[in-house]
Write a protein that binds this ligand. Structure first.
Ligand code: 1PR
Length: 546
C-alpha cells in the first residue's frame, strides 16, 4: 500500500532496491500485492522521477477519467488470459483465482493491457469503464496482484493459500507455454456496488468502548434511563449536536454492542467494507491513549475485507507533550490494519485554508501529507452536512429568482429526485452547510465547496453523511447525494437514513454512487446485509455475492 515514489524511495534508501532485483532474478518466489506489483514495472506516471525495478518492461499510468470515478475502488471481476478452457482450469487450480469471484481493488494507476507488449506477463485482466488492465502478472517465480487478496474475503484468502502452499521457485514455470487469448472490451465492466456497514464507536458512561447509534447525531437514549442504570454522567452541552437540547440531563449513551464482535458479524454476512468511526475524537484524542487502535488491530486480524477508520485523524499532542502529526496518527491506524483513514473536521479546516489561499494547496494539510505517503486512495473524507433553509426574502421580488449565496447548489422541494423528501420541505428551498465536531459546530462552507476542495487536496473518496437523515430510516437524502456525486470525480459513498433494502437500490439507480452505507438497520437486525444484496441483484444492480 502506498504511492509509487515512496515505495521506490524507501527501497532505495534502505538499500533494498538492487538486492530485490537480484532476489527476483535468482528464481526465488516473489508475491507482490498492489504497489508490490507496480514496482515490478519500469516506471509510473505517478512519479516521473522514480524508476521501478524494471522486471516488466512496461509503464504504469493513471486511469483515464472517462465516465468513471478514479481511484478504482471496490470489488471487480477478472478474466484469465489462458486460451483454452483446460489451461484456465490449470491456472485456477495453481493460483486459486477464478472468473466467478470478485477481488478488492483500490488504486488510481494501472498497467494497461497491451497484448503486443506485456501479454507474456499477463495472467488475468480486469475491465474498469472502457479500460482493460492487468489484474495479475505471473511469470517464472513471480506472481503479483493489483488487487488486495488479504482484503478480498474468501476468494482472496484462497489466492494467498494457493501461493503459500506452492510458491514457485523455478524461473521457467510450465504454465509459461500456455497460449494466451485476446481480451476485448465488454459492453459493461464487472465492477460491483459496495454495501458498507458502519459503526459509530465511543466510550459509554461506564468508560467501555461501544457501538452506538444516533438520531440526527444524538446518540443518547431519548428517555432518562438513570433509574435502571447504576452510573450516570451529567450531559455537558458539548456532548450534543447542534439543536439537540437534553430532554433529561441524564440520558445514557445508546449501546448496540461491541465493535469487534459486530464487525465480525458483518464480515461473515457479506459486507463489502467495514467502517469504524471514533465519534468523540473531537475531544482530546492523544495517540498514546487511542483505544480505537486496539479495536482496529483486533478487527483486522479476523476480518478480510477493507476497513476504513475515522475520527481524530489530525495533528495532536500526547499527554507527555510529544506532538503527533496527522500522518503519524494515520500511520498508526494503517499499521494496526486499517486500509483507509477517514478525515472529518480537519478536512473542513483544510478547505477553509485552501480557499483563503485562493485555491492553491500548500502541501501541509493532513489530506495531502497522508496521500503523499499512502496514496490518495487511502484517504477518505467524511462530510457531515446539514440542511439550511433559504430565507424567502432572498428571492428577487420581480423575477422570482433566488439571489442569495450558494445559488448553484440550492435544492428545491419539488426537485426531480424528491420522492423521498420530507413533507415539510415541499415548498421550500435549501443548501447544505458543513459542520465539524460531529455536528456540534456549523461552518460557513457548503458541501459542494467542501467536496471540491478536498478533491483538489487529494482525497480519494467522499463519505456523505446527512445529519438530517441520520437514524431516521427515511431513506438516503438523494438530493444531497446526487449533488455530491455530480460535484466530484472521485468515488462517493452514500450514508444516513437507510431504512430498508429498497433504499439502497434507489440511491444506486438515481445517483450512480459507488457505495452505500448503513448503520442502525444492520445493528438492530431490522434488515440483513444479505437481503440488501438479494434485492440489488434482483433489480439489476451489480453487487458482490458472498
Ligand atoms: O471529525 O475527523 O474526528 O471524525 C469524526 C467522525 O465521526 C466523522 O466521520 C463524523 O461523521 C463522525 N461522527 C461524529 N459524531 C457523530 C454522531 O453520530 N454523533 N457519526 C458521528 C456520524 C454518521 C454515520 C452513520 C450514518 C448511518 N455518523 O456514521 O453511521 O449516518 O446511519 P443510519 O444508517 O443509522 O442512518 P473527525
Amino acid at each position: 500500500m502506498g504511492a509509487f515514489e515512496t515505495a521506490i524511495v524507501n527501497l532505495t534508501s534502505k538499500g533494498l532496491f538492487e538486492p530485490l532485483r537480484a532476489y527476483i532474478s535468482s528464481g526465488r518466489p516473489y508475491f507482490g500485492i498492489c504497489i508490490g506489483m507496480q514496482v515490478l514495472f519500469s516506471s509510473s506516471t505517478e512519479s516521473p522521477t522514480a524508476y521501478g525495478l524494471g522486471i516488466i518492461d512496461s509503464p504504469i499510468a493513471q486511469f483515464d477519467n472517462a465516465g468513471k470515478p478514479v481511484p478504482h475502488m471496490g470489488w471487480n471481476h477478472v478474466q484469465l488470459l489462458a486460451d483454452s478452457a483446460q489451461d484456465r482450469e490449470g491456472e485456477t487450480s495453481e493460483t486459486g483465482m477464478d472468473e466467478g469471484s470478485t477481488y478488492y481493488f483500490v488504486h488510481s494507476y494501472r498497467a494497461s493491457y497491451v497484448p503486443s507488449r506485456n501479454a507474456d506477463w499477463g495472467h488475468t485482466t480486469t475491465q474498469y469503464g472502457r479500460e482493460i488492465f492487468l489484474a495479475t502478472v505471473r511469470k517464472g517465480n513471480v506472481f503479483a496482484c493489483q488487487f488486495h487478496p488479504e482484503k478480498s474475503g474468501k476468494a482472496g484468502l484462497k489466492v494467498l493459500k494457493s501461493w503459500l502452499d506452492a510458491p514457485i521457485h523455478s524461473v521457467d514455470g510450465e504454465y509459461l507455454s500456455r497460449p494466451k487469448r485476446l481480451i476485448t472490451i465488454n459492453e459493461m465492466d464487472g465492477f460491483t456496488k459496495r454495501i458498507i456497514a458502519c459503526m459509530d464507536v465511543r466510550a459509554n458512561d461506564e468508560g467501555d468502548l461501544v457501538v452506538t447509534k444516533g438520531d440526527q447525531y444524538d446518540v443518547r437514549e431519548k428517555e432518562d434511563t438513570t433509574t435502571i442504570q447504576t452510573t450516570t454522567t451529567e450531559i455537558v452541552p458539548e456532548d450534543l449536536p447542534l439543536g439537540n437540547a437534553p430532554a433529561s440531563p441524564k440520558r445514557k449513551v445508546r449501546n448496540l454492542g461491541k465493535p469487534v464482535a459486530l464487525a465480525l458479524r458483518y464480515f461473515e454476512s457479506g459486507a463489502d467494507e467495514i467502517c469504524l468511526l471514533n465519534i468523540t475524537s473531537f475531544r482530546n484524542s492523544p495517540l498514546q491513549d487511542q483505544p480505537m487502535l486496539l479495536v482496529v488491530r483486533e478487527a483486522a486480524s479476523k476480518i478480510f475485507v477493507p476497513l476504513t477508520i475515522g475520527g481524530g485523524v489530525k495533528n495532536t499532542v500526547d499527554p507527555d507533550g510529544t506532538p503527533r502529526s496527522a500522518v503519524e496518527v494515520a500511520s498508526a491506524y494503517f499499521r494496526a490494519g486499517a486500509d483507509k483513514v477517514s478525515i472529518g473536521s480537519e478536512a473542513v479546516a483544510s478547505v477553509e485554508r485552501l480557499r483563503e489561499h485562493g485555491g492553491v494547496a500548500d502541501g501541509t494539510s493532513p489530506i495531502e501529507t497522508i496521500a503523499r505517503i499512502y496514496g490518495r486512495q487511502a484517504v477518505v473524507v467524511s462530510v457531515d452536512p446539514k440542511k439550511v433553509y433559504v430565507d424567502p426574502s432572498l428571492y428577487n421580488a420581480e423575477t422570482g429568482v433566488y439571489d442569495g449565496p450558494y445559488a448553484d447548489e440550492i435544492v428545491r422541494g419539488k426537485s426531480a429526485l424528491g420522492t423521498q423528501m420530507d413533507k415539510a420541505d415541499v415548498d421550500r428551498a435549501w443548501w447544505y452547510q458543513c459542520t465539524i465536531k460531529g455536528g456540534r459546530e456549523a461552518r460557513p462552507l457548503s458541501v459542494k465547496q467542501l467536496v471540491q476542495g478536498v478533491e483538489v487536496l487529494g482525497a480519494g473518496e467522499i463519505l456523505v453523511n446527512s445529519i438530517d437523515r441520520d437514524g431516521t430510516n427515511a431513506g438516503f437524502d438523494l438530493d444531497l447525494i446526487d449533488l455530491v456525486r455530480k460535484s466530484v470525480r472521485i468515488p462517493v459513498v452514500a450514508s444516513s437514513g437507510a431504512g430498508n433494502a429498497a433504499h439502497f437500490v434507489d440511491v444506486f439507480e438515481r445517483t450512480g454512487v459507488e457505495a452505500a452505507l448503513a448503520a442502525g438497520i444492520f445493528h438492530r437486525r431490522e434488515v440483513e446485509l444479505s437481503d440488501v444484496k438479494k434485492l440489488c441483484h434482483g433489480r439489476g444492480v451489480i453487487v458482490r455475492s458472498g
